[in-house]
Design a protein around this ligand. Sequence first.
Ligand code: FES
Length: 163
Amino acid sequence: MSDLQNDPIDTIKRRKFLTYSLRTLAGVWVASLLYPIVKYLSPHNKEVTVDVSEINLGVKELAPGAAEPFAFGPKPAILFKTKEGELKAVSAVCTHLGCTVVHKDDLSAPPIPAGHKGAGFFCNCHLGVYDENGKNIGGPPPAPLPEFKVTVAENGDVTVSKS
Ligand code: FES
């Protein structure tokens, strides 16, 4: 054995270093376990819900049959213009289980189940189909997409509101 291995001072220093290292690692490990629990229980962790009842989308010039998604507060919605030129808006939250629906120019194209035609809305989660007014016409959705009120100001600003 070398002199270095038998030196009692070196042995004590190594033992202290190992003790501090293991204690530090144990502390980090315990902190990593406690952090998510403390964060979950923290009163500052509550989800903030913002109830938006009206939103100004600015000037929107959509062609007949075109659509544009927008955020109505925390929820998705779709502004669209019917083939007749009427500007409408519906919630894009599927009335089945809450997936986001998309606007489709042609409901006869795959993956939409056969038997539908024209423009409308489609939910890819369980193949839910809505007509161009948001009425549920296929798949599991139990109700139409909620419709919002759309007003166009003199300066062209489009405002969508819940009532
Ligand atoms: S969530 Fe839309 S069809 Fe099921």
